[in-house]
Design a protein. Structure first.
Length: 445
């Protein structure tokens, strides 16, 4: 931190400045630099000192970087991090291993770090948090979950005096756009994905989004913060949307539901009062009257259920350069304030250390769509399979199929353990009267 005597727009003179280094200049990094350049006086007044951009690390110095002083550019990120005039390092590179190395180096050098890297935080939050604690510096990652939606700060600060019971919501804009397009236009998954790619909502390789990996990283972060327990990406049960068909969307609509890819984190309590934590991502049938059902296009929405605060909903743009940069700059200002005035942001605090619950022990409901032999008594036989498994049925709907010898049967169960519901589906698939289990989608809101 250095001294400066430049006045702000209101004539106030600040005698301190905070040096910032930015690692990466992709979509988010470019927006971060734009915001830093456009609002220096506002930030100075909010911080009590000026932000001074000390350098920008990029992988290719030959690429044009309009709007950025070429003297600030470097391809030596490690040298930039270790400069004495750098107080805060902003990481917006992406990936895991290389940024992990850089962030650890920055923390160990006494620099506060701001990152938007959800995959890295989900995989290595414990290691990074311990490094920040040891160095006595800040580690901020608001932008790692739902971009500008301030859910990380809410869990770390606003609800620090409450007991979180459940966090659920839509945390991936790409999959929400695809499912919304399928529901509103009747498009197939393939056509909706192609449209998402054309409009820039989906990457050239959409695997991380459509297979649920992006949402699972965010679920791990939310569960860790909400339940004060270390939850990693590998602890999250993950299913994507690639198997969702136009027929599934239509069947859901007929039954009064909308299909959404949800991240769900909850604290479980068994009959003996023992607590555990579960985090999962999977397609979910959401009742049309539920607020999550109306979240369209690429928007995100997160529900938090707390003991005292009750149910809270956070909604907004969960991706994109500008919204993500907004969250990054919010963290930069927080870290800069701490540099100027002293103090630290809340760090990792996994004091509860709840065990991770096996997904099979989670209570949920199933919507099972199957083709069965169309003959007298088959419905009774199917119901008998559920009864013997101790699973009660909430609704049963039978529809005619194109083949007169086949009937389409749609069953919605009451709540049961995931392991028991999986077992009954396996049993049905081996039953002579069940020709095909077309799809299985959970109801979990």
């Amino acid at each position: 931190m250095t001294a400066t005597t430049a006045p702000s727009s209101n004539g106030k003179v600040f005698d301190k400045s905070v040096g910032v280094a930015v690692l990466g200049m992709g979509t988010v990094g470019t927006e971060v630099l734009r915001l830093i350049a456009e609002n220096p006086n506002a930030y100075a007044n909010r911080i009590g000192g000026r932000i001074e951009l000390k350098g920008v690390a990029v992988s290719d110095l030959s690429k044009p970087r309009p709007g950025v002083d070429p003297a600030l550019l470097t391809d030596d990120a490690e040298a930039l991090i270790n400069r004495d005039d750098v107080d805060i390092v902003v990481e917006v590179i992406g990936g895991i291993e290389y940024p992990r190395k850089l962030i650890l180096q920055a923390l160990q050098a006494g620099k506060s770090v701001v990152t938007a890297n959800k995959a890295l935080v989900a995989a290595h939050a414990s290691e990074l948090g311990e490094a920040a604690d040891k160095a006595g510096v800040d580690l901020y990652f608001e932008a790692a979950v739902a971009a500008a939606i301030p859910v990380v700060g809410m869990l770390r600060r606003s609800l620090a005096g409450d007991q979180i019971q459940r966090i659920s919501g839509i945390v991936n804009g790409t999959t929400n756009f695809i499912l919304d397009a399928m529901a509103t236009t009747g498009a197939t998954y393939e056509d909706a994905l192609a449209e998402a790619t054309r409009l820039g909502y989906a990457e050239a390789d959409p695997t991380a989004d459509v297979e649920g990996h992006d949402a699972a990283s965010k679920a791990a972060i939310l569960a860790s913060l909400g339940f004060h327990t270390r939850v990693t990406f590998d602890d999250v049960h993950c299913e994507g949307i690639t198997n969702i068909t136009a027929e599934d969307i239509a069947a859901a609509s007929e039954a009064g539901y909308t299909i959404k890819l949800l991240a769900i984190c909850e604290k479980l309590v068994d009959e003996n009062g023992n607590k555990s934590v579960n985090a999962r991502v999977h397609p979910t049938l959401v009742p049309n009257e539920h607020p999550l059902a109306t979240v369209d296009k690429s928007y995100n929405a997160i529900f938090v259920e707390a003991e005292a605060a009750g149910r809270l909903m956070f909604y907004g743009n969960g991706a994109g350069g500008a919204p993500t940069a907004s969250a990054v700059l919010g963290d930069v200002i927080g870290a800069a304030r701490n540099k100027v005035h002293g103090g630290r942001a809340p760090g990792e605090n996994p004091y509860a250390n709840h065990p991770i619950a096996d997904f099979g022990e989670v209570t949920t409901r199933y919507h099972i769509d199957m083709n069965v032999v169309d003959r007298l008594g088959v419905l009774s036989l199917i119901a008998d399979h559920f009864a013997k498994a101790g699973i009660s049925l909430r609704t049963v709907r039978q529809e005619e199929a194109e083949d007169e010898t086949v009937a389409r049967l749609i069953v919605v169960t009451h709540e049961a353990l995931e392991k028991d519901l999986r077992a009954i589906v396996t049993e049905l698939e081996g039953t002579e009267d069940v020709l095909e289990v077309r799809s299985v989608i959970r109801l979990d809101v």
